[in-house]
Design a protein around this ligand. Structure first.
Ligand SMILES: Nc1ncnc2c1ncn2[C@@H]1O[C@H](COP(=O)(O)OP(=O)(O)OP(=O)(O)O)[C@@H](O)[C@H]1O
Length: 251
């Protein structure tokens, strides 16, 4: 992230966001912000509230309370902003099994308002970048899990979003593809895209992210840089959560 990007207004701003699911608080009083070109990792164990948070940011779930702003605009009042500004890869990337990879990308592009040459240009660029050409004529329903994940990522990136929301993006990817994913995310950040991604793997955060927010039982337990002095505190907090359910261990 450049100094200019750091000084820009936040692409994403959550204030005191809360959401209950199945009668329990899935996310509580969550406040976060994300500048252009910044990569934020949402780290937490199973059930911590990561997917619920990302689904609210992507506009798929409405918060019970709190506000979400995209580039300063109240996104809850203008849900169409999400479609324009956000690229979302959900935890299990949904596919239309009867469409080919190309048809899939075209359908997504149309949903984002792309048509004609703009649509073709965007599709060709993403097919090349994600090396999807050998799969272009395959039915989406016949793809492996990792290939589906790549298609989901391509759909999220197709319209060059200002904010990329990635739920466990390394799921089902082999080590080569994980390396390619890390490179792609850093490339997006360098181009000014803000990225928020979820994971339960600490090394994933340190490899890709600039900042980290640890969620546990729906609450923000830690927020800071992944580097420098913050790193030890990050490791200690996550270790306490993963090994000891969030309670500091006796010395
Ligand atoms: N579809 C749903 N219906 C009801 N409750 C849900 C649903 N999805 C999640 N929850 C609940 O919301 C809470 C937060 O779950 P969430 O999926 O956001 O966590 P997570 O951190 O993404 O977990 P994981 O790493 O296992 O994907 C949990 O208590 C979970 O049981």
């Amino acid at each position: 992230m450049t100094a200019a990007q750091a000084a820009a207004p936040p692409v994403l701003q959550l204030e005191q966001v809360a959401r209950r699911r199945a009668g329990r608080a899935a996310v509580q009083d969550l406040s976060l912000s994300l500048a252009p070109g910044q990569v934020l990792g949402l780290l937490g164990v199973n059930g911590a509230g990561k997917s619920t948070t990302l689904a609210m940011i992507a506009g798929a779930l409405r918060p019970d309370s709190g506000s979400i702003r995209l580039n300063g605009d109240d996104f809850l009042e203008q849900p169409e902003l999400a479609r324009r500004l956000i690229g979302w890869l959900p935890e299990r990337a949904p596919v239309w099994p009867e469409l080919t990879v190309t048809e899939h990308l075209d359908a997504h592009a149309r949903l984002r308002g792309l048509r004609g040459d703009a649509l073709r240009g965007a599709r060709e660029a993403i097919v090349e970048r994600l090396e999807l050409l050998p799969l272009a004529r395959r039915l989406a329903g016949a793809l492996s899990q990792g290939q589906r994940q790549r298609l989901g990522l391509a759909c999220a990136l197709l319209h060059r979003p200002a904010l990329l929301v990635l739920d466990e993006p390394a799921n089902a990817l082999d080590p080569v593809q994980v390396g390619a994913l890390r490179k792609l995310i850093r490339e997006q950040a360098t181009a000014g895209t803000a990225v928020i991604l979820s994971t339960h793997v600490l090394v994933e955060v340190t490899a890709i992210c600039d900042r980290v927010a640890i969620l546990h039982e729906g609450q923000l337990r830690y927020e800071g840089s992944v580097r420098g002095d913050d790193h030890a505190a990050l490791e200690r907090t996550f270790f306490d959560i993963a090994m000891n359910n969030g309670k500091a261990q006796a010395a």
